[in-house]
Design a binder for this molecule. Structure first.
Ligand code: NDP
Ligand code: HSE
Length: 431
């Protein structure tokens, strides 16, 4: 490896400024661990005059990420601009074609264009490292790709979006409104430039697609993934879940079933006694089931300046040490096509909240509709507090049933005069 290793940093926002700070403040120890000094030589952002809380005056300034990516002044291009299209994709592609190592935190880019970018890195014999793209400061990519490489992995699941976990657990703890808590997450630097990617489940889906490809040796299948966000979760759902002994979390689940792979992101009810119920704030947790190791659970901060920059710097040090592995653990040409199983095949328990007319017999009509769809009830509660005049919430936890049966039950309920709004359905995960 060239010494010093020269870094070009594109993007000087939450993560980029964090990386510049670590490389400046920890230069001695990083140099020792890397086997030689690691220095930023050039940077790029939109605004040259913005104060980033770190001295950038010694670095060459670029307005254009692609020009930086191909500059002779750098050995490693670090992409922290964001977005799956435009400058991030153009610059990473240009860097790999120019034979530069690349480090990125951009899950959207890796999930949507990893299939094109990884072969470019493999052909050039350079690294395409993206540890920070999944679960922030948790080294889950290295855990699956390196530490657990001797295992056949059957399941990867967990809390993959810090913003959603922060929102859900703040609402749970303080009763604050969704929009208020989201605004906090944005101020803290947790949320994506477009926060609908967080609350809509898309960011977690980008991460799950990456984890599934690494864990199961299959091609990325972001488009085949089932995705639901947390936008429809209300304070009432959080309260009812609590009354029933559950908490609400946004989970990503990828599991192998024969030839198919289940890949889904959606809110779930988890028992209040489960380890995931104890994961609060911006913390992420990922559970990996391996054939030899058994169950491994990794937990830590999933977003924000320090944790994300920590992962980026770890990737840079790997390059300085001369560690270059195929981006998805095996060569792109050896990845198998992904066969994603439809969500309708899920079997499990469901939470239903139905706002019904406040009249004798409406409960009987609801249970009749469920019986017609062959959905069996495990628990049922009727609130004595109407949502508003004439609307009473009925909350049900079902026994295990096929998702198809729940879809049928929801259709029957929707047709019913006693059901006043679209019923709320949240899947229950007890494992
Ligand atoms: P920010 O919005 O804070 O920073 C983006 C940076 O990119 C800014 O410095 C901006 O410049 C620069 N930029 C944007 N467009 C251009 C352009 N066309 N040309 C040059 N520079 C440009 O984002 P984050 O730091 O939060 O995120 C960066 C990446 O890291 C994203 O891919 C994100 O998904 C990922 N990530 C973020 C985490 C987090 O907790 N924030 C965690 C894990 C991953 P300027 O400052 O001048 O506007
Ligand atoms: N917006 C992302 C999150 C950043 O909240 O998890 C970390 O990937």
């Amino acid at each position: 490896m060239t010494i010093p290793l020269r870094i070009g940093l594109a993007g000087l926002g939450t993560v980029g400024a964090g990386v510049a700070k670590i490389l400046a403040n920890q230069a001695d120890v990083i140099g020792k661990r890397a086997g030689g000094s690691v220095v930023v030589t050039a940077v790029c952002a939109r605004s040259k005059s913005k104060d980033r809380g770190v001295d950038l005056s010694a670095f060459e300034w670029f307005d254009d990420p692609v020009a930086l990516a191909t500059s002779d002044a750098i050995d490693v291009f670090v992409e922290l601009v964001g977005g799956s299209e435009g400058p991030a994709n153009d610059a990473v592609t240009a860097a790999l074609k120019a034979g530069k190592h690349v480090v990125t935190a951009n899950k959207a880019l890796v999930a949507l264009h990893g299939a094109t970018l990884a072969p470019l890195a493999e052909q050039a014999g350079v690294a395409l490292n993206y540890e920070a793209a999944v679960a922030g400061g948790i080294p889950v990519i290295k855990a699956i790709r390196e530490g657990l490489a001797g295992n056949e992995i059957s399941r990867v699941s967990g809390i993959l979006n810090g913003t959603c976990n922060y929102i859900l657990t703040e609402m749970e703890a303080t009763g604050r409104a969704f929009d208020d808590v989201l605004a906090d997450a944005q101020k803290l630097g947790y949320a994506e430039a477009d926060p609908s990617f967080d609350v809509g489940g898309i960011d977690a889906a980008h991460k799950l697609a990456i984890l599934a490809s690494l864990a199961f040796g299959v091609t990325l299948d972001f488009d085949g993934l089932y995705v639901e966000g947390i936008e429809a979760i209300s304070a009432a759902d959080i309260d009812f879940a609590k009354e029933l002994g559950y908490k609400i979390r946004l989970l990503g689940i990828a599991a192998r079933h024969g030839a198919g792979i289940e890949q889904r992101v959606h809110p779930v009810l988890v028992p209040v006694t489960s380890p995931l119920a104890a994961v609060t704030s911006v913390v992420n947790a990922v559970a990996i089931e391996g054939s030899a190791v058994g169950s491994v659970v990794l937990e830590g901060p999933g977003a924000g300046e320090g944790p994300t920059a920590s992962a980026v710097v770890g990737d840079i040090i790997d390059i300085a040490r001369g560690l270059v592995v195929a981006p998805f653990g095996i060569l792109s040409k050896d990845l198998q096509p992904s066969v994603t199983t439809p969500i309708a095949e899920r079997v499990g328990s469901y939470y239903l909240r139905i706002n019904a007319t406040d009249r004798a017999g409406s409960m009987a009509e609801i249970t009749k509709a469920l019986a017609e769809a062959s959905v069996s009830i495990e628990r049922i509660i009727q609130s004595s507090e109407p949502v508003d005049a004439g609307r009473l919430p009925v909350v049900i936890i079902t026994h295990d049933t096929q998702e198809k049966a729940i879809e049928n039950a929801l259709r029957l309920l929707n047709e019913h005069d006693d059901v006043l709004d679209q019923p709320m359905m949240i899947r229950v995960e007890r494992d």
